[in-house]
Design a protein. Structure first.
Length: 370
């Protein structure tokens, strides 16, 4: 995280808190929620457990909203990081900064998925961090060079173009216009053009074509940051736009889903609207409580995570926090309380260890500057 983003977020704590809330579910929050749900009966579990897993294909769960929310916040960070350079003479340092962040995120993504310890072609070139890097690169360059109207046109054009391709152009491998897992344009393009190892064998959830609508998600974050930062728009109107506008996007996304289903794995335009709408609603709520009402006693852990999201994300990949937590509450303790309570205790300790790491880094003002 860069110094300028940190300074901007200090003035607008809701941004770091929202980022931390999003990452919370990836660094122990989901495990804790699952452990709590498992203490209830089958009826409650049947309703809530699916919300903490990805949809197999069409549809959208709570867990499916975490990834696009992070890309949305990345779009917000674009505004905070380069707004002061926009509108003047083009600065080579800005290009270097954008390029550096892109390269570092992309390389970290490759390392995250196994790096180069396997021979080619068993190396995964595209994954979550790589997609975030690409979205950041494109959104930053677009924002630096073009007006907000142009960016809106790009976002709309990408979504409409993606919809038209899937709806009216048959996939060459099957000759059908299809949104199914076995026949769609995203899968076809990955099978044709994407080298290296793919998550799904012949294609990748984070592959080539679906990165385009993911850029639109990032641009939604750019628009949100410009709205929230504006001194000319009163807080009530900002909140109305975020919450009512977000709910409208959610409704339009689900309506669009009757024709082009809401599918995370190919980042369908309807999914962009649904996830983007929920992101706006959450932003509005965080902005209201944290920055307008100034009620901040509860946001400390989220701010710690939000200030170092990449650090704790990578740390939990390379260190098994759950196994480490079992050293504190395993063995006789686990046997005494039973498997469900033991799992809950393990998730509580695992999450506590994550929070301890980010609290220490935040207190020492140590940030992974990407």
């Amino acid at each position: 995280m860069s110094k300028d983003v940190t300074e901007a977020a200090r003035r607008m704590v809701s941004v770091d808190a929202l980022r931390g809330f999003d990452m919370f579910w990836l660094v122990g929050g989901t495990g804790l929620a699952l452990a709590i749900v498992k203490l209830f009966g089958p009826g409650v579990q049947a309703v809530l457990l699916p919300q903490f897993d990805h949809c197999k294909w069409a549809g959208c769960t709570f867990y499916d909203l975490i990834y696009p929310l992070f890309i949305f916040v990345v779009g917000m960070s674009v505004v905070f990081s380069i707004e002061k350079y926009k509108g003047g003479e083009k600065n080579r340092r800005v290009y270097k900064r954008i390029a550096r962040r892109f390269v570092l995120l992309f390389v970290l993504g490759v390392l995250f998925y196994g790096g180069f310890n396997r021979p080619w072609p068993d190396i995964r070139l595209l994954g979550v961090l790589q997609r975030i890097a690409i979205c950041y690169l494109v959104a930053a360059l677009l924002y630096y060079h073009f007006s907000i109207e142009t960016l809106a046109g790009v976002a709309a054009g990408v979504l409409i173009g993606y919809w038209a391709l899937f709806t009216f152009v048959p996939v060459p491998s099957t000759g059908l216009c299809s949104f199914t897992v076995d026949s769609n344009w995203h899968r076809f393009m990955d099978e044709l053009l994407l080298p290296g190892r793919k998550y799904d064998g012949t294609w990748d959830n984070n592959g080539l074509l679906a990165t385009l609508p993911a850029v639109a998600t990032c641009l939604l974050g750019v628009f949100a940051a410009l709205l929230i930062k504006s001194d000319r728009i009163p807080d009530k109107r900002k909140l109305a736009v975020c919450i009512s506008g977000g709910l409208l996007m959610v409704a339009l996304g689900w309506l669009w889903g009757f024709q082009f289903p809401v599918i995370k794995r190919i980042w369908s335009p309807s999914y962009v609207l649904v996830a983007g709408g929920y992101s706006y609603v959450l932003l509005g709520l965080f902005y209201l409580v944290v920055d307008v009402w100034q009620y901040r006693k509860w946001v400390g852990p989220f701010v710690w995570i939000g200030a170092n999201p990449l650090t704790i994300y990578l740390a939990r990949e390379f260190v098994d926090f759950n196994a480490f937590a079992e050293r504190f509450v395993g063995g006789s303790i686990a046997n005494a309380v039973g498997p469900d309570v033991a799992y809950l205790l393990q998730m509580i300790v695992s999450l506590a260890l994550s929070l301890l790491v980010v609290w220490f880094l935040y207190r020492k003002k140590i940030f992974l500057r990407v």
